[in-house]
Design a protein around this ligand. Structure first.
Ligand SMILES: Cc1cc2nc3c(=O)[nH]c(=O)nc-3n(C[C@H](O)[C@H](O)[C@H](O)COP(=O)(O)O)c2cc1C
Length: 192
């Protein structure tokens, strides 16, 4: 397959079939912190399209601040049950407010409540502070719709390179590397 986005979509669909994981869409995204260190964490992959790979988060979280300074990002996936690893390097850009609103509407009310109550990555004194914040939000919104907070939205990772590894017990993994040059993708095989 010459288009790595199509290949990713096909692998993702295969991975989602009979997936034994509780969080089948979890992928690791790594950003560069203020000291130049990479730092990774899992997020939910929401969508893949020709523009790239979409996840949602808070713009003022640690990762959001990293991306504000340096938009360079990596996304790494390991789907053990099918033996696939994917490594993506790219540039993160915020998605439109309209698209962010759509993802917001797709969240459960409980997820909307917690998202609107908390300041992701900020230090807290005690875990019980969160219960109090949540209670205040519940009273505030009661049964009314919960609007998307301005500091929450999505990022799209526009890929520069994508590598697919098909795991082999013998360690004779298949490594297919795609590098973007303009509108085209150049495919090369790498030694495992
Ligand atoms: C399975 C799983 C899925 C997660 N999904 C998201 C997500 O979609 N968005 C998000 O902001 N954090 C998500 N988190 C929490 C992040 O891993 C991380 O703790 C949080 O985003 C704060 O990261 P930061 O301080 O580096 O910004 C998820 C965690 C796990 C374990």
């Amino acid at each position: 397959m010459n288009n790595p986005i199509e290949k990713f979509t096909s692998w993702w669909q295969q991975a989602l079939k009979n997936n034994p994981l509780n969080q089948p869409n979890a992928v690791c995204v790594s950003t560069i912190d203020e000291n130049g260190f990479p730092t990774g964490r899992f997020v939910d992959l929401k969508a893949v399209n020709e523009g790239g790979f979409v996840f949602c988060s808070y713009f003022d979280s640690a990762k959001g601040k990293h991306l504000e300074n340096v938009p360079n990002i990596a996304m790494t996936v390991w789907w053990d049950h099918v033996g696939y690893q994917v490594r993506i390097v790219g540039i993160a850009k915020k998605i439109s407010d309209r698209d962010a609103d759509t993802y917001w509407q797709g969240r459960s009310r409980d997820a909307q409540l917690t998202t609107t109550s908390f300041n992701q990555s900020a230090i807290i004194r005690d875990q019980s502070d969160l219960t109090e914040k949540l209670r205040i939000a519940e009273l505030r919104y009661s049964t009314n719709p919960i609007p998307r907070p301005e500091n929450w939205g999505g990022y799209c990772i526009n890929p520069i390179s994508i590598e697919f590894l098909t795991f082999a017990e013998t360690r004779l993994h298949l490594r297919e590397s795609y590098e973007r040059s303009g509108e085209q993708w150049k495919k090369q095989l790498l030694q495992p």
